[in-house]
Design a binder for this molecule. Sequence first.
Ligand code: AP5
Length: 215
Amino acid sequence: MNNSKNILLLGAPGSGKGTQAKLLETELNYQRIDTGSLIRQAISEKTDLGLQALDYVNAGKLVPDELIIAMVISHAKNIQDNGGKILLDGFPRNIKQAEALVENNIVLNKVININIPFDKLTKRIVGRRLCTNKSCGAVYHVDFQPSKVIDICDICHSPLMQRNDDREELVNARIETYMTETKPLNEYYEKANILINIDGDKEVTHIFEDIKNSL
Ligand code: AP5
């Protein structure tokens, strides 16, 4: 089976993974697995996963591997079996999760690592607003990408909300988790010769052009 089109977006919280993933989904027909959104949906529906994940997310920590790995592998296999191109956004988040992909023959062709200076992350995270309509899922920023009417989605006119974990006091904990658990993946994928570094401190459309050119 040819898995060679699968890609992963890596980067610190707020670096712009979700923003670029949406563009890759709509313009290049990738099928996205966004573990953060899957977990937030489970939390809002109070499923077993949601109830177990809540405290970890609210502490800026990763949810335990055993809650997340099987779910992602099952989604990924489903996409692969139907001939789709997988776009991973938020998984793997540590070496164990990366090894689970290998063990399950889910091969990544490219890993896009979005870099932005850490001093810009807090503003990006705290100013983020999301559409409450899950089938829309549009993402805004109060300064960088404001909606036309405050707190109302331009696309579907639903109210906008702030994520629970986008509070300023949690940002440092999330960055620390990224540094200790996720950043080692840069070296892991560099050694595999599939890591591409992208400057994320540019306009959204410019970053998207850079990503497309790198694929
Ligand atoms: P998750 O939802 O994956 O959060 P994250 O990795 O912290 O990333 P974010 O969604 O915060 O940021 P992003 O890079 O997507 O940025 P965005 O494009 O929105 O995970 C949440 C939690 O779930 C984790 O903390 C963990 O607890 C758990 N979890 C998830 N996956 C897990 C896993 N595999 N294992 C265990 N636990 C897991 O952009 C941010 C803002 O900036 C937006 O407002 C946007 O409009 C704006 N913006 C974007 N690009 C630009 C630009 N170029 N210029 C100006 N503004 C921009």
